[in-house]
Design a protein around this ligand. Structure first.
Ligand code: FAD
Length: 388
């Protein structure tokens, strides 16, 4: 039998705090979900490895489809200096260039400013932000245990928004994390005297392509994606830029006329475009953690924000409605995620395949470029409708 001392000891044990929501990763997906869910009144803890502000490898063109939703959350990018972008152009190695108006248009804002803005909004609304790396997540008895090297926290719901690739993927035994990926990306800001304010340009070179657009600071962001196959012959960014990137005359002209703002470019490797599962071990995955669209579509940021909205909606329902259980929440998230993004990702994969095959490239871009309606069709298929 248990004596009185046992019960006294039991009552003095520290109580385990179970948070409503823990979000792993403070990029666009994680921060947007944090802002949305804290506005709904829930207790949100967010884990992020890096303090803000910090630069990130990204094309920094965000589609207008998420603008009304961001504004509803109280985030007005144009008021914070984002550049309105209305025009798109694409070029091939031979110097052919096609241009069109963007059906919805978008904005140019550095991730340095964008993520920082969302972070300030989130902490202003009471989100608890922990700057440490999550090393494990386990689910048992209807709650999650999230661990870093020196903390162990509990939550009813966990959102995985830790980006393209993380050690956590291996811990969660996700298939793609055990395979080597053949892509790397390079990004830098440049000062340029005359690059148009309202333009996002995509230029091809052998084994890759690069995007150019202005940001709120006035600098032009130049970000490119290339295969290892193409890069490894030089293994040096300056040399690669000179010999491969500058083979495209528009990029050559840009590099000749501009001055780098960063001391050295930022790079990331091991980028995976493989199919991923939007729910793993009951964790709702958002943004790139659920699936990364090929950057040439210029839609990954909007998808990250949109998926945060979808997750926040089902999570809100789960907390408010006693008859809506976890399995219903997961089922709904999976089906709305698939309905919203599956086709976009498919088009992105096909497009990337065509545009990086040397034999199709010229003819492909010329065919698309010569038909404004085909170009707009492709843009529409890789983008979504406006969300509020
Ligand atoms: C070369 C390139 C160019 C692109 N250009 C564009 C573009 O012009 N327009 C566009 O819309 N999209 C573009 N994208 C896609 C876009 O960058 C992504 O889709 C978007 O950043 C996804 O946001 P996210 O929040 O899912 O991930 P991220 O922004 O990557 O955020 C994930 C966060 O999680 C943190 N994290 C990781 N692991 C852990 C952990 N274990 N614990 C705690 N925190 C962790 C990271 O530090 C990071 O801050 C581009 C992508 C690439 C590769």
């Amino acid at each position: 039998m248990y004596g009185r001392d046992f019960f006294v000891e039991l009552c003095t044990l520290p109580k385990v705090v179970v948070h409503d929501i823990i979000i792993i990763g403070g990029g666009l997906a994680g921060l947007t979900a944090a802002v949305d869910l804290s506005q709904q009144g829930y207790d949100v803890v967010l884990f992020e490895v890096n303090t803000y502000p910090h630069h990130k490898v990204c094309g920094e063109y965000v589609s207008n489809e998420v603008r009304p939703y961001l504004e509803r959350l109280g985030i007005d990018l144009l008021a914070k200096g984002a550049v309105a972008i209305t025009d798109f152009e694409i070029s091939t190695l031979s110097g052919y260039k096609a241009a069109t108006k963007l059906p919805l248009g978008g904005m140019g804002m550095s991730r340095y400013a964008f993520d920082h803005l969302l972070y300030k909004k989130a902490i202003g609304q009471g989100v608890l932000c922990n700057f440490s790396k999550v090393t494990s997540v386990t689910y048992q008895n209807d709650r999650f245990n999230v661990k870093t090297n020196n903390e162990s926290l509990y939550a009813k719901v966990v959102i995985g928004a830790y980006g393209k690739r993380s050690a956590l993927d291996k811990a969660l035994r996700r298939d793609f994390s055990f395979e080597k990926q053949g892509w790397l990306a390079v990004k830098g800001h440049f000062s340029h005297p005359s690059f148009p304010q309202n333009l996002v340009a995509l230029h091809n070179f052998e084994g890759g392509y690069g995007g150019l657009s202005r940001t709120e600071s006035g600098a032009v962001n130049f970000c490119y994606l290339t295969t290892y196959e193409s890069f490894k012959r030089y293994n040096d960014i300056a040399k690669f830029n000179r010999i491969v990137v500058a083979e495209n005359k528009f990029l050559k002209q840009f590099l000749n006329e501009s001055q780098p703002v960063f001391d050295s470019p930022l790079t990331i490797a091991q980028i995976s475009f493989q199919k991923k599962k939007p729910i793993v071990d009951h964790i709702l995955m958002c943004g790139d953690t659920a699936g990364l669209i090929h950057p040439l579509c210029g839609n990954g940021m909007a998808m990250a924000i949109h998926s945060a909205k979808l997750a926040s909606t089902v999570i809100g329902e789960y907390f408010r409605n006693a008859t809506y259980d976890r399995s219903q929440m997961e089922q709904d998230y999976l089906s709305v995620w698939n309905r919203t993004f599956k086709q976009r990702l498919w088009y992105g994969r096909k497009l990337q395949h065509v545009l990086l095959q040397k034999k199709y490239l010229e003819v492909g871009i010329k065919t698309v470029g010569n038909s404004k309606s085909l170009l707009r069709f492709i843009i529409n298929k890789t983008h979504g409708k406006t969300i509020v």
